[in-house]
Design a protein around this ligand. Sequence first.
Ligand SMILES: Cc1cc2nc3c(=O)[nH]c(=O)nc-3n(C[C@H](O)[C@H](O)[C@H](O)COP(=O)(O)OP(=O)(O)OC[C@H]3O[C@@H](n4cnc5c(N)ncnc54)[C@H](O)[C@@H]3O)c2cc1C
Length: 398
Amino acid sequence: MARIVIAGSGFGGLITAVRLRRHLRNLPQHTITVVAKDPQFLYRPSLVGVAFGEQDLKHITFDLAPTYRRLGIEFRAAAVTGIDPEARTVSTTEGDLAYDKLVVALGERLAPEEIPGLAEYGYSVCNGEEALRLRAALEQYTGGPAVVGFCQNVQTGGPAFEVALALQGRMARLHQEGPIQFVDPLPRMWAPAGPEAGEFMVRTFAERGITRRGPVTIKRVEADRVVLGDDTELESRLTILLPPFRGHEAQRALAGDNPRGWIETDKTMRAKRHPDVFVAGSAVGFEGPKQGHTAMLQAEVAAYNLARDLGAVSGPEREYVHEMSCVLDLGGGEGLFVRRSLWNEEVREASLGRTWPLAKEALAYAFVNTPIFKEWGISAHGLRLPRWLAGTDLISRS
Ligand SMILES: Cc1cc2nc3c(=O)[nH]c(=O)nc-3n(C[C@H](O)[C@H](O)[C@H](O)COP(=O)(O)OP(=O)(O)OC[C@H]3O[C@@H](n4cnc5c(N)ncnc54)[C@H](O)[C@@H]3O)c2cc1C
């Protein structure tokens, strides 16, 4: 009998749990316990809509306890405070949990404190509280210079592009004046998405009067300005910056000397120094984008290889292949879909069309409101549309 503990229940933890339950359906002697500090799942890709008043937070969340009850998985709503890989124990605010196999899926810790003034004067959309705080700030904002973007050490820049475009659309509707300046540390516009998507975003920003400054770092944020690493000062009445990401303190013992506190794994999603520990989602120490998409792909690999350790599946170990995939809502009903391999050149997709925002919304609705993904374990990663619905192909056009 193996005691399996999954720490965290976002995209990484939830999909690992559902997949494991399926792999272990004929081996009831193995127990699965999920522990997460938030009793609800939050569909984070819809948070931009919450900030701009188009979505209600309650429509993008669901209770985890009944979901896990239906799956026969024990769920504990508690914060993990530490992990002892030698004693194989997870410490939580509700007591210790002993494990034989552990999956860490705690996501990223937002670290605004790394940039003076950011927590005080900046806004973001990274969690429900922040999205609502920004919503309230937008109601007060009557126009004037705005700075939008993401700080150094952020590994999910996509939401900031959506925020900049949504802000521009809102200001145009309300006849408010900018300007909007976009700041980010990437070597070129949206570099991980590839040159075609990046050049498209350069043109889109130019058409909408958004100026990109990059690559830049953020030194500090003040009430009326953003100070860049080279001491350039950008006037700002509304500052929306995604804060730096770090690994959670609770996983410190597994992160070793990783400078940002991430847990390093091999491609089987097994922690490098701890073979009984798997990792899925933002907690993993891979370079490049940290997404719901990558978290779910990693969760499937982790669940399969863990089940294989227990003799529940046969065949060779599976390996994760890093790729990004997302739909940027461009406003006005238009969307940009990008899917791209990050370790090789195998997948290069970028298309522009009006079906993408609808597909994105449909996926969000299905994820939150139906059992398709969260109970049946059907893969939720990577939107696919038939060629005739996918719109303009930016790769073949370039
Ligand atoms: C505005 C926005 C838009 C986005 N859009 C997209 C998109 O379009 N496509 C895409 O693929 N990705 C998108 N992302 C990124 C995506 O949401 C994240 O990459 C994803 O949520 C990471 O999944 P995760 O499971 O690693 O972590 P999370 O989803 O952050 O889950 C972490 C889990 O760990 C729990 N936890 C944290 N700390 C503790 C603790 N100490 N003890 C116990 N439990 C703890 C939490 O309660 C939660 O259950 C977006 C993100 C944002 C903010």
